[in-house]
Ligand binder design. Structure first.
Ligand SMILES: [Zn+2]
Ligand SMILES: [Zn+2]
Length: 435
């Protein structure tokens, strides 16, 4: 188990702080809940769950609290498909029992996001009893919400304690197990891109943080065979990996350790889903498919011969106004923000491109070495995805594959981060990438 750092002065120059105080992953971990409640000198627990998560672990939580003579109140959402929106937050706050001095949420994504908001609003400690190893938001200090009909990431607070009882986690729906490992596979790409950006743009990088992710990811890949057999070691590796993903982002103060171009595929599918009603799937499932595509593109990039003149002429002939219109038609409302980012960043500026290209050419061997060290062969990623029965193409989750090429182009514009699609554009080869 990783020793969480608080105020750790790292060689990278940053002070790393985990955000969460503690996490525990083991069979029967739920029995430690009273100990954690007492550690925070709390007297009365407010339990939040929904009907699904309550049926998984609600009774267990109530029993273990009662047995230890800890009082509690509870609010169970009766929605089977709870949305993380104003209604849910308002409902949780209106049902909140003000005599409680700690929140214990039982669930995964949505319930955890609501639990963070509730506890930060009430300014009291927060414990999450996880019901599925499905995403890496457990250790993060933000809540992914719908607000005024838009997807937003609200700053909230980290859980004080994360409890992962493998007896509960291993019985999560199969799709959630696949999604959890999928969100971990993404880290092959995110670490690679973080290092590439460090070389090309001089962006901050910390190898201590990167190594935490590599180790966690290796444990997940090594145990992948056991995941669908609900082997506790495999489930534990994924759950701990997801926590470390969140901790690593907190350490670094950025999303680089856990998210790269593969997450942007997923963001675009989510945006198009909201705007045009196209299909969407679980975050981790979409990220795994993004990882599959990214690994194949890296293989193509490794085999090119850099042609400086071609790259320069591609950049100078690039018609940004035309592209911006295509982007608006493809993404919808979210494209306005992308145009704002470009105004600030000027990634399509020919002078800036020329400078980057010089750095890329000078460091090409180093970049190839990074790709070779961080991203496994696409065949290996494919093998792991087959083992866990994960979909490997967008078509398998009901998203038209003819849109993939433009989706990849649009990943450049989501944030001001240097990712694979930016590298392909800089090299003048983005039109040639095959899917
Ligand atoms: Zn560091
Ligand atoms: Zn993720």
């Amino acid at each position: 188990m990783h020793q969480l750092k608080k105020g750790y002065k790292c060689n990278c120059g940053k002070v790393h702080d985990a955000g969460i105080d503690e996490y525990i992953v083991k069979n029967g971990a739920i029995n430690d809940l009273p100990k954690f409640v007492k550690n925070y000198s709390c007297k009365k627990v407010f339990i939040v769950a929904d009907v699904n998560t309550y049926s998984v672990a609600g009774e267990k939580v109530c029993n273990v609290l009662a047995k230890n003579e800890i009082e509690f109140s509870k609010y169970v959402f009766n929605n089977t498909a709870l949305e993380p929106d104003e209604y849910a937050v308002g409902s949780a706050i209106m049902h909140f029992d003000k005599s409680c001095d700690i929140v214990v949420a039982i669930g995964s994504g949505v319930i955890n996001d609501i639990g963070k908001i509730l506890s930060s609003t009430a300014k009291i400690p927060y414990i999450i009893v996880a019901t599925a190893p499905s995403m890496d938001g457990y250790a993060s200090a933000t809540s992914s919400m719908s607000m005024d009909g838009l997807k937003v990431s609200l700053p909230t607070k980290c859980a004080n304690v994360i409890i992962g009882d493998t007896e509960i986690l291993k019985n999560a729906p199969e799709k959630m197990l696949i999604a959890g490992l999928g969100d971990m596979l993404a880290k092959y790409i995110s670490i690679c891109e973080w290092r590439i950006s460090n070389v090309i743009t001089g962006e901050y990088f910390c190898d201590y943080v990167a190594q935490l992710i590599r180790d966690a990811l290796k444990a997940c890949a090594d145990n992948a065979e056991g995941l669908l057999k609900r082997d506790e070691k495999a489930v534990e590796a994924v759950f701990e990996g997801l926590i470390i993903g969140g901790v690593a982002m907190k350490y670094a103060g950025l999303s680089r350790p856990a998210s790269g171009v593969e997450h942007y595929f997923s963001h675009i599918w989510d945006m198009r889903g909201l705007e045009f009603g196209t299909n969407v799937d679980l975050h981790g499932i979409q990220c795994a498919i993004g990882t599959m595509y990214a690994s194949k593109i890296y293989e193509q990039v490794k085999n090119i011969k850099i042609d400086k003149e071609k790259a320069l002429s591609y950049a100078s002939n690039f018609d940004y106004e035309n592209y911006k219109n295509q982007l608006a038609a493809f993404i919808g409302k979210g494209a306005t923000q992308m145009a704002e980012i470009e105004k600030r960043e000027g990634k399509y500026n020919v002078e800036k491109h020329r400078e980057r290209l010089e750095v890329i050419i000078k460091n090409w061997d180093k970049i190839l070495e990074i790709i070779n060290n961080e991203v496994p062969a696409s065949k290996e990623i494919e093998r792991i995805m087959d083992v866990i029965h994960a979909p490997k193409t967008s078509a398998e989750i009901g998203i038209d594959e003819k849109d993939i090429s433009f989706t990849f182009k649009a990943t450049k514009d989501i944030r001001d981060k240097y990712v694979l699609s930016r590298l392909c554009w800089d090299l003048g080869i983005i039109e040639e990438i095959k899917f």
